[in-house]
Design a protein around this ligand. Structure first.
Ligand code: FAD
Length: 968
């Protein structure tokens, strides 16, 4: 960011915040303090329908920083909000004051007692924690549907739960200890005796007040019973005051009050959980009932059966997903009243599982079902059924009108009232004009979600929402004594209703709790408890139209963990937020200067550092590929000169490749003469002098190869394959330090010949390219021209699609699959080897450890498991570093924006075991960055397969024994 802007942004802060900034900057590096309007806007949203723009964002990494921030905030009475993954739905992770970010840090963990317990820092993602525990057959208790994205800090602070954990395995029930930092900056480690003792001494007032509250509750039978009763079902409305019933020691009470406190009582710097068993054998049944009442009656029966999850879906829910591929066709023919339960049972072995499914089936024998109850234990089938359930929220979100918000509410009822309450909820939704809404939920815990769309752009619409929520609150609380929030947290969304739900007495105690912990009200004010009765109707998030490719985004943030630029610039969610604001400013003409600055900053932050890998779409509930948006934006920016150059390149492709080979050869020759240290220094210097216009050279740079000739290889085999070596592979050979000094196509041909394949090459190979490099720069017509020529060539060569077509570079093959219109059998190397060669070659598992990098294109094509299987056939130990996703090399972006590649691969080297000496992937350019940042050479997996296989058949005629090398 420009230094003048920094000064201006600083000056624009209110005086108190400038003071805060100065005091914090004395301890935390200014690079971790963000005040520019671009970043503050980008971080102004969580997954809820509220938006508040922070004044200062602080990226923290250490407990001492948190203490200092909180002490300073208390001194100046400035509010502070913590943000983990920002997937909260009730507005508890947004603020217009100080936003403290965990993302990218706080990732340490320790496993104890064979996985029985785990200590986690709050930045660990829930699914990561489960990956660490998987080898022990354990997992953490809480299981929110957002577990692949949300972090431990948010899971504990929201007391999040999901389909299986119910009220028995949530954070409240499974927490063992916590390190807490309070508003005054003091720290308590509840797992440490000395810390407990000294805290009791130093915070006498807090301890005294908690003891008073405990004694008052215990002395009031009515209140005690009410609290106990309310936690029989899921409840995250207000503070976890069951802590006063369940524990008598004040430190234990503090520990459990912190759970579900949404960052309003203290900061959780570390938590230790007791873990729960992860059963390996599962079976599921989708049971259709004639009406919702029967489904709810079945739930009451199932509560006593060996079931792990029971999910209720109303008719509207089923209708919203009935057209999804792979779903049972009978969904469409169900009656208007039908409802479904999706039931899962889990066991440690197949016999126990069989027994359980029988028990569950028998238990329902007296109830009417539309079809006989039938369980499946086939993973593919039950995953398909669970996809029905997972697809519900996105189904409504994806189908909504542009500009409207999708709202998911989260109430809970005593299970005996579930049937009546569901019918009444349906009625209220229709009454208030939310007829498109759906109801589903965790029936075992009486927890229902209802999802509907809402336009917050019009005051009358806001009033309609208000009337609806007032009626829902009255119905849930007054009629059924239910919970207004079962698992998503109170946030600012339910803060005005906490007193209604809990009554004056319990609400008064909650206010005393808040005051005792945070007397100056600096921790996330207006969240959980608020004196403002309309706080839930203020700061509603605008969702203006921007681009058809991303307008359906619900800003849930699931994409963020997949994005290689998340730790240096923007995430996909933030790119969309920024584009929405840019579009809004363009339409309203409200502030030309602000618009200009956002557009200018977007160039690097949003566009240039997007790897366009599209991996974000794999995590997005509505499958948005923000990379496509970036390509679209690039295409709008391409100059006439740039387009002419691109056109020239496509018209003179052989010359272009020759030029690239010559450049690589020259660099390699200079490298050989002057050595690596001097060459690296020289390359960095030249790049700096060119203001980063000259691509960065690294020692992992490939050598240029001499122009290869590809001659058809016919040995009379009845197996034929068309082989298209990508233009990258035809240009870039091995790097100096690579183990196998052959280009990829030589290794590929060696494998094909060993497997007794005839190999055909498309004509005029030197002209051919899939067009990916052009497409990623938004040069769509040039990309289309190249892919069309390639398609025609492989179509002809494959005898109109009769033979399989193999491309050795995964991203290119993926591009061919999307760009080609003819029906062709297209394979990248892993899939080809896995499909055709596993039986035709003898594999040797070498006693070595190899690292794998599954490219984004392979991930999107669903090839990760095949990748693993092929590598495992060749090496005794295979590792895929779990924290490494897209490498961020993105074709040529690794040369022009190496910082993107460096940031994306920051976790690679520390994740590799010491005995791992080689890495494998299936994209030559990705391998350059992987080698550079891992310190071990990465090459194509084809090299590994060639090294560790031999042919089963005698050599083909024309290839004498011991000379299987094809002629190139
Ligand atoms: C599509 C979708 C599905 C969801 N499904 C579920 C579900 O099934 N069950 C469920 O319970 N929730 C669900 N959620 C809501 C949300 O994902 C979870 O509650 C999640 O646990 C929030 O975690 P986070 O890392 O995103 O936290 P954030 O949203 O970043 O923060 C949550 C709260 O924790 C506070 N906080 C964060 N870190 C700390 C810390 N270290 N110390 C103290 N306070 C802290 C924040 O201030 C905030 O109040 C869903 C959300 C979406 C978008």
């Amino acid at each position: 960011m420009r230094s003048n802007s920094v000064k201006n942004d600083y000056k624009a802060l209110p005086a108190k915040y400038r003071r805060f900034y100065d005091m914090v900057a004395a301890v935390i590096p200014p690079s971790q303090l963000l005040i520019d309007p671009f970043k503050t806007l980008a971080f102004g949203s969580d997954a809820s329908f509220y938006r508040l723009i922070p004044k200062i964002i602080i990226k923290t990494t250490r407990s001492d920083d948190i203490s200092h921030i909180l002490r300073t905030a208390s001194q100046l009475t400035i509010p502070v909000t913590f943000r983990a993954a920002g997937t909260s739905l009730s507005g508890q992770a947004v603020t217009d004051s100080i936003l403290v970010l965990l993302a990218g840090a706080w990732k340490k963990y320790t496993i104890h007692d064979n996985g029985e317990r785990i200590t986690l820092e709050p930045g660990v993602i829930g699914a990561e924690a489960n990956r660490y525990l998987a080898p022990f057959g354990r997992k953490i208790g809480p299981d929110p549907a957002s577990i692949n994205s949300c972090m431990i800090g948010g899971i504990a602070a929201n007391n999040a739960s999901g389909m299986c954990c119910g009220t028995a395995q949530n954070s409240y029930k499974t927490v063992e200890s916590m390190k807490i930092i309070f508003a005054d900056g003091t720290m308590l480690d509840t797992g440490d005796h000395a810390s407990r003792r000294s805290f009791k001494e130093s915070r006498k007032e807090l301890i005294k007040e908690l003891e008073n509250i405990r004694n008052e509750i215990n002395g009031d039978r009515g209140l005690r019973d009410r609290i106990a009763h309310k936690y029989l079902i899921k409840n995250t409305t207000g503070y976890s005051i069951n802590a006063f019933l369940d524990y008598s020691d004040s430190i234990d009470i503090i520990l459990h009050l912190l759970i579900g406190s949404e960052g309003t009582l203290g900061f959780n710097a570390e938590i230790t959980y007791k873990t729960v068993a992860e059963h390996t054998h599962k079976a599921s049944a989708l049971i259709i009932f004639p009406d919702i009442a029967s489904a709810c009656r079945a739930t009451i029966i199932l509560k006593k059966q060996p079931v792990a999850a029971v999910e209720l879906m109303d008719r509207a829910s089923l209708r919203s997903v009935e057209n999804k591929p792979g779903l049972p066709p009978f969904l469409k023919s169900l009656s208007q009243e039908a409802a479904a339960l999706l039931v899962e049972t889990r066991a440690d072995d197949p016999a126990a599982l069989r027994e359980q499914t029988t028990t569950v089936r028998n238990s329902l024998a007296s109830l009417p079902t539309v079809f006989p109850v039938s369980f499946t234990d086939k993973k593919e089938e039950y995953e398909n059924l669970w996809d029905v359930r997972r697809g519900l929220f996105p189904a409504v979100g994806g189908a909504r009108k542009i500009g409207t918000t999708v709202i998911i509410e989260d109430v809970a009822f005593p299970i005996e009232s579930l049937a009546d309450a569901t019918v009444e909820l349906e009625h209220l939704m229709r009454l208030h004009g939310y007829a498109e809404g759906i109801i589903f939920g965790h029936a075992l815990d009486g927890n229902l979600h209802f999802v509907f769309t809402q336009d917050f752009g019009l005051p009358e619409e806001v009033r309609r929402y208000q009337r609806f929520m007032d009626d829902v609150a009255a119905m849930v609380v007054q009629k059924y004594d239910g919970s207004l929030k079962g698992e998503h947290g109170t946030g600012r969304n339910m803060a005005p209703f906490v007193e209604l739900e809990w009554g004056e007495k319990a609400y008064g105690l909650m206010r005393r709790i808040k005051k005792a912990f945070d007397p100056l009200n600096v921790l996330n004010p207006d969240v959980m408890l608020s004196a403002n009765p309309t706080v839930h109707l203020e700061n509603l998030k605008p969702l203006p139209q921007t681009h058809d490719l991303v307008d359906q985004c619900i800003e849930c943030g699931f994409c963020e963990i997949k994005c290689p630029s998340r730790n240096i610039t923007m995430t996909p969610r933030q790119r969309i937020i920024l584009q929405r604001e840019i579009s809004r400013l363009k339409t309203t003409h409200e502030d030309a200067m602000r618009l200009g600055r956002l557009e200018e900053d977007y160039v690097y932050q949003g566009e240039q550092t997007c790897a366009v890998d599209g991996l974000c779409s794999t995590a997005c509930p509505v499958s948005i590929n923000t990379g496509e948006l970036t390509k679209r934006l690039r295409s709008l920016k391409n100059t006439a000169r740039g387009v002419r150059i691109a056109q020239w390149i496509t018209d003179h492709y052989p010359l272009t490749l020759a030029g690239m080979r010559a450049a690589l050869k020259t660099a390699n020759a200079v490298h050989a003469i002057i050595g690596t240290p001097l060459m690296s220094g020289l390359a960095k210097g030249i790049r700096a002098l060119s203001l980063n216009r000259v691509p960065l050279w690294t020692p992992s740079m490939p050598k240029g190869i001499s122009s290869p000739k590809f001659n058809t290889l016919m040995t009379g085999s009845d197996r034929k394959v068309v082989y298209f070596p990508s233009c990258i592979v035809r240009t870039m050979g091995p790097a100096k330090s690579d183990n196998d000094q052959r280009p990829v196509f030589e290794a590929m041909l060696s494998v094909l010949v060993k497997a007794d394949y005839d190999v055909l090459f498309p004509k005029a190979m030197e002209r051919l390219c899939c067009g990916l490099a052009f497409e990623s720069k938004g040069l769509f017509s040039q990309a289309a021209k190249m892919s069309k020529e390639l398609e025609e060539a492989v179509l002809e060569c494959s005898n109109n699609g009769e033979y399989p077509i193999l491309c050795d570079t995964s991203p290119c093959l993926s591009r061919m699959r999307t760009a080609f219109t003819s029906k062709l059998k297209l394979y990248e190397p892993v899939e080809f080897i896995h499909t055709f060669l596993m039986d035709r070659l003898d594999f040797r598992r070498a006693p070595e450890t190899v690292a794998l990098h599954v490219t984004c294109s392979s991930t999107k094509m669903g090839l990760a498991e095949k990748f693993w299987a092929v590598a495992e056939a060749c090496a005794e130990k295979v590792v895929i570093p779990a924290k490494v996703g897209c490498c961020g090399f993105a074709g040529d972006r690794g040369f022009t924006h190496p910082e993107l590649n460096a940031s994306a691969l920051a976790d690679l080297k520390p994740s590799l075991p010491a005995d791992c000496r080689r890495g494998y992937s299936n994209s030559r350019t990705c391998e350059i960055g992987l080698s550079h940042h891992s310190g071990i050479p990465y090459q194509s997996i084809v090299h590994l397969v060639d090294k560790n296989t031999s042919g089963k058949l005698p050599p083909p005629s024309g290839f004498p024994q011991g000379d299987r090398k094809p002629i190139i």
